[in-house]
Design a protein around this ligand. Sequence first.
Ligand code: EPZ
Length: 419
Amino acid sequence: MDKFLITGGVKLQGEVRISGAKNAALPLLAAMILPDSPITLTNVPDLKDVGTLIKLIEGLGVTVERQGDRVVADASTLNNQFAPYELVKTMRASILVLGPLLARYGQAQVSLPGGCAIGSRPVDQHLKALEALGAEIEVEAGYVHAKVDGRLKGGEVVFDMVTVGGTENILLAAVLAEGVTTIRNAAREPEISDLINLLIKMGAKIEGIDTDTLVVTGVESLHGCEYAVVADRIETGSYLAAAAITGGRVKTTHTDPNLLESVLEKFEEMGAEVTRGDDWIELDMLGKRPKAVSFRTLPHPEFPTDMQAQIMAVNAIGRGFATISETIFENRFMHVPELSRMGANIQVDGNDAVVTGVETLSAAPVMATDLRASFSLVLAALAADGETLIDRIYHIDRGYENIEAKLQSLGANIKRVSS
Ligand code: EPZ
């Protein structure tokens, strides 16, 4: 199993190119089931999760060609609507093929994704929304069996909580339904807007982009197109956090400051100098120790839960203390015991954590538990005295493309060791 060996104490300096967003590429790949003609995605990140979803749609019979960051898919060869547990259990966003399969073929058997380290991650909202469009859904032996006689019918969908995946699944179904679908309490993450932009380019009729109320007028069919995946705002924030925690200066390119304004404001509150360009962001910590910052994770455009672990790591060496509230997932503090092993002072009470900054963290063997927690351990190791060994880094390969190369280009002393 691969591990990272990181020797801390280097102020990171330099420029890093941001890849396409994992959390946009996944729903966009699911959307490739919908059009009658071949469709091309570019700026697709080379990540394990992307590979898993491509394998899953190929298993449906879709013809997929991948050259570098370009993926071309032709769904005219799709010959089954079965998404097996073996694949879905490794990547829960696989549930996103349910909506498009139902919309286009009137049936689907998709394994339930099951939970993960950060929470039970149910899909009840996905299923309720699809039933509002006329789908008949049975859950049996760990599989969702869905079908509809004829076409899905447009309807009213109201989500009980903001759900990114739920919003994506119902969008992927409503675009081919007969009539109008109104989606209330819709998620507003940039990855939702990216999916809406792709669907509109394929010929879909969707109003309300960037708002919490979407109106979809179903069409008979959709056509192929070429579309570039939006930049990864969480990867962007993660590398800017690497500059903040090491007192360095990093410029992220091929990204967009508008995607993560709430995070940039927290970096400025820390005392960092943040400069915004059209497609780049530079963070200069001016060699200073950051001020610890409090925040609460909330749906976009508020502070994203996917940046919680990373900013907690920065707070761990921050000046003063700060309170972090995790309101999205029920178990997203798995990085706390690992950071504490490195000397962090973090008191957890339910979904609240109080972090009291310490001067320095000390290297220690630690273990990654989930994707973003893994990056928070990398951040802590970059700032710690000595050599830190991070185990189970397969988690990090799911969401960070070429992470060692990108960090090494910023001066980090990191290498991957297999044991
Ligand atoms: C997406 O997950 C992201 N994953 C997550 O990123 C991200 O943390 C999350 O949105 C929130 O922003 C992808 O886009 C592939 P939700 P998703 O449905 O869609 C509850 C990462 O690190 N809920 O918005 O699964 C759910 O349990 C990953 O890149 C229900 O109760 O998240 C959670 O508490 C981690 N029933 C809350 O809603 C449902 O039917 C938000 O979940 C659906 C969700």
